[in-house]
Ligand binder design. Sequence first.
Ligand SMILES: [Zn+2]
Length: 527
Amino acid sequence: MSKAKSPSFVLEPPLVANPHESRVLAVRFEAGRQLYNAVLGEALRRLDLMKESKAWQATRPMPSGAPRSAAQKARAAEFSLIAETMGFTDYDIQSYATRGKNACWIGDHLDAHTTQKIGTRAFKAAQRYQFRIGGRPRFKPKGKALKSLEGKSNATGLRWRDDHLEWNKLKLKALYDQKDPHGVQAFALQSPVKYCRLIRRTILGKTRWFVQLVIAGIPKGKDKNPVRVGQSSVDIGPSTIAVVSETDAFLEKFCAHVPDLQKAIRRIQRAMDRSKRGSNPDNYNKDGTIKKLLPGKRRPWVFTQGYLRLRTRLQEHHRVLAAYRRTEHGHLANRVMAMGHTVMAEKLSYLAFQRRFGKSVRDRAPGEFMGHLRHKAASAGGEVIEFPTRTTKLSQSCQCGAVVKKPLSKRWHTCSCGVYAQRDLYSAYLGLHVRKNGESWMLDTESAREGWCAGEPLLEKTVSGIVQAAKGGPWPASFGIRARDRAALSQNGAGAQEDSGCCSPIAQAIVARAGKTSAAGTRTPRL
Ligand SMILES: [Zn+2]
């Protein structure tokens, strides 16, 4: 348990493996897959039995009470007691994995620690299902190998020694970054390794091996990525990210450089489906649905070479997307850190987000980005403070205290008190003024009003920067600088602008520009 709490970071050099070594590794991964399936099956069986048990049924109606109350604790204790007696604990599942490994051929290929980790993995998957965080975990089908195997410590099993990975008589040399311009690698290699994770990736249809060294401590920061000690605030919309600090602000399309591969992916998926139907006509009914199977029967599927080629291409697309996303997340997180290492952000349910906005959100993975940001902030000595939207309602609030619900299509915040700002930037600005009031988080409107004399020109400057940058090109639609806002500008904004005499030149420029173009700013993928 202490492992998870102490800080760590990862260095991932590629490994050199000759065809023989690669084959040995593939066999071990296959052993890992089979063991995982067996253990997962047992974990799910125990979970089902546990839920059906009388003790469980008797405990369920117990009053759950508030979090951390005595009633809730008593109920939780009762549940964990039942889990213990039914053998549904991490420890029990691990020992089941070990027994399974020793009883068959898998014992020749996996070591004790790797086996225990596979047990933990299966147990956690079943537990996620139990707590309804995830769906019922699936078995890993044949031909779909595990992506990684990991050890528990650097003492036995998978272990890192000086410059190579050792694992049951295999010694694999790592490929270092020869340049290492920022000294990040050199620093990492001097720090103690907690444990190793062996990664298998398919790149352009070829299997490549990597080792992830999980290293104790905090990674060395690069000089090109400075960290500002102070506060910043982030607002992530379905397609935008707005970041504001006391002295700086930016607003841009969230992960703008992640290519839009959805069309290409869809095309491959359709081709795969056609191919599958063509080579397995007996598996389909006349109306195109898949035939129901008799219980206990297996369906024979024929996958042609063409189908397998398509599948490789599809995997490659997903890999490329993930790689772009990772890079982009890293860049964005560095920029946020340069603005302030204590980051305020609304606590969003990214799952609900995804349900509402679908694939575009999935490709950009805002939840993953927040995880990235948390890690970076912690390394820099700061933190990410997430506050609930329920009490703060930043997207609806104004610094005068008014709370007005606005539809997502309305991209500008206008208020009778005279405040006029781009919606995402403004709610990020308000995030800087959220304070903890006893148990709940509240927007400190007074502080927001005081800060506005500096905040207003800052947000204006940011928007005018976008206007300048976008001249001659298409407007980024999600920023809300488009024809639809024209009406809102002239109706609500005009009066307020005359009073304060502030954002009128920019607003006019925006209106003039919005009248000319309405196209959305989407990038065409290049691959
Ligand atoms: Zn107001």
